[in-house]
Design a protein around this ligand. Structure first.
Ligand SMILES: Nc1nc2c(ncn2[C@@H]2O[C@H](COP(=O)(O)OP(=O)(O)O)[C@@H](O)[C@H]2O)c(=O)[nH]1
Ligand SMILES: [Mg+2]
Length: 471
């Protein structure tokens, strides 16, 4: 314990010295974290953000742009040689090419550096030349933040907690049968460990597909190059006492600890701890469409995810951060182009309510927070349609299914967010007073004017909140 914490802070110390000598003093770096659960819209957000910072015609909500102070923007090699580069060019050509389509989902951390030349504002502006500011954008799965809670748990606590939480889930029945018939005290045999891990992973996958978000350890679902390795070959067991040497339980315990030190900690140390500004993307409309249970699950997952931004709660993390904290956190409801703008304030209100607990805590920790609704890539246009004598605010776009154009009225979100969150919290099975539809639209064919990035909704306002004060 002691040894690992000393090592962690040493690494961080050396790293921050490196940062400050080579860059921070001369050329400021802003590390922007982009996270959210799977399909929340991270890839589309980053692609459109970069495209709109390179061609800034649609970024009038970004003050430095409005004031004409951004003189250049260009992509640069990123500073971290071991992190995959965010594949901006191919995502952009997916979205804006001749037959536009949504990019494939990506499931690991990636990074991109965009550099801006900015004329300083204020008194000294006439005396100084433009300054260079690097924006390092880091894309990482929100699911990985859920693993933070594992650090404080022993294998035994985690096993018993997990088994009781999933006891009544249909998706878990095959795994639970296997776990019940396994003998934690028997000698470790690899085929048995593998069988348990495989069934546990299958359960996690089914649970996630069924809408459960409490699917830790996160890397079981997104294994990348760790697939099949011992750090991912463990599962919770019905434990009754301390483990015996060479037993199945002892080996599972060892792997659980290895997962914490070799998978969870490096992520927090190498990525999370270095973030200055954070945007958390939430597909609130998608959850509302799926029903009250999905909304409640999402609310809980958000609270868990955001506890990572509350330093002090986790002793290891606070030591690692050494008082450094994320300065600004934006909670953004994505895909707002599914709604006519008349309904956007209601979506934002739901977003605010959905993250309220977590936001209060983050505020307490000194971070500035805000919520808004946005569309990274606007796929629809708005229109009013008459229906039974009243005018309905609709959106029109190309349907993903079949490619026809259609206008769509998604239903009216309530003015009071508690009408959505209340039934969700109380365990309602369906929405009683409304039905919230959801259409999947394809990105539309674009013909962009020179200097304009792809169309969006409030991406410029989001950018202003996240980095505007540093430009
Ligand atoms: N209409 C619309 N759909 C979006 C937008 N952003 C994301 N989506 C949809 O959400 C899906 C997931 O987005 P993606 O960026 O891949 O999510 P990630 O898993 O968080 O990286 C996409 O395939 C689109 O169908 C948006 O701005 N407008
Ligand atoms: Mg992605």
């Amino acid at each position: 314990m002691v040894i690992s914490s000393v090592a962690d802070s040493l690494v961080r110390g050396v790293e921050s010295i490196g940062d400050s000598v080579s860059e921070t003093f001369f050329e400021p770096v802003i590390r922007l974290g982009v996270t959210g659960l799977a399909r929340s819209g991270k890839t589309v957000f980053i692609t459109s953000l970069v495209a709109n910072l390179l061609d800034r015609g649609r970024m009038t909500g970004l003050a430095a742009q409005q004031e004409g102070r951004i003189t250049a923007a260009y992509l640069q090699p990123q500073p971290d040689d071991t992190v995959p580069r965010f594949d901006y060019e191919s995502h952009l050509s997916d979205l804006t090419g001749a037959s536009p389509h949504w990019p494939d989902s990506t499931r690991a951390v990636s990074e991109l550096r965009l550099s801006l030349k900015v004329q300083p504002a204020g008194l000294l502006s006439g005396l100084q030349g433009p300054k260079k500011i690097h924006l390092d954008i880091v894309d990482y799965p929100g699911e990985w933040l859920l693993d933070l809670a594992l650090l404080e748990k022993s294998y035994e606590d985690w096993s018993l907690e997990t088994l009781s939480r999933i006891a009544n889930r249909a998706e878990a029945s095959a795994f639970l049968d296997a776990a019940k018939s396994a003998d934690p005290g028997a000698n470790h045999e690899e085929p048995i460990a593998q069988d348990l891990a495989r069934k546990f992973t299958a359960y996690l996958t089914d649970a996630r597909d069924a809408g459960f978000y409490d699917c830790a350890p996160g890397r079981f679902l997104l294994p990348g190059d760790l697939a099949g390795s011992p750090v991912l070959t463990f599962a919770p067991l019905p434990i009754v006492g301390p483990s015996r040497r060479r037993s199945l339980q002892r080996e599972m315990e060892r792997r659980f600890e290895a997962y914490k030190t070799q998978v969870v900690k490096p992520f927090f140390r190498d990525h999370f701890a270095r973030i200055d500004r954070q945007v958390v993307l939430v597909d609130a409309l998608g959850a509302i469409h799926k029903g009250p249970q999905a909304v409640e699950d999402m609310r809980r997952a958000m609270a868990d995810i955001l506890s990572a931004f509350r330093p002090g709660r986790n002793a290891w993390l606070s030591r690692l951060l050494l008082g450094k904290r994320v300065e600004r956190i934006l909670f953004a409801a994505t895909k707002a182009d599914h709604l006519h703008h008349l309904q956007h304030p209601r979506l934002t209100a739901i977003m605010e309510a959905l993250t309220r607990d977590a936001r209060d805590r983050a505020n307490f920790a000194g971070a500035e927070t805000a919520a808004l609704s946005l569309a990274s890539l606007r796929a629809t246009t708005e229109e009013m349609r008459s229906h039974n004598g009243s005018e309905l605010p609709c959106v029109r776009g190309t349907l993903l299914d079949g490619g026809k154009k259609a206008a769509f009225y998604p239903g009216e979100l309530p003015e009071d967010p508690s009408h959505v969150l209340g039934p969700a919290r109380d365990g309602a099975k369906i929405w009683l007073d409304a039905d919230y539809g959801f259409m999947s639209f394809a990105p539309s064919q674009l013909s962009l004017r020179p200097g304009d990035g792809p169309p969006h909704i409030r991406l410029d306002r989001a950018t202003q909140f996240l980095i505007g004060d540093r430009l």
